[in-house]
Write a protein that binds this ligand. Sequence first.
Ligand code: SF4
Length: 63
Amino acid sequence: MIVRIDEDLCSQCGSCTEICPEIFLMEDDKVFVKIGEKPVPRQYEEACREAADACPTEAIAID
Ligand code: SF4
């Protein structure tokens, strides 16, 4: 699983960083995927799906 954030869609609400702080990070009002485009460790996959479902602007894409 690879997670990406569409910066143009992200509203910096912080929801994903609360649901899965191991993967999502907010810094200087910008949200990042901490691990870049590396595969998400299996133990965080479910939380990433949850974060994507909860994202109010559908800015999180999962491949
Ligand atoms: S949940 Fe979506 S809109 Fe909110 S900070 Fe994360 S990517 Fe951005």
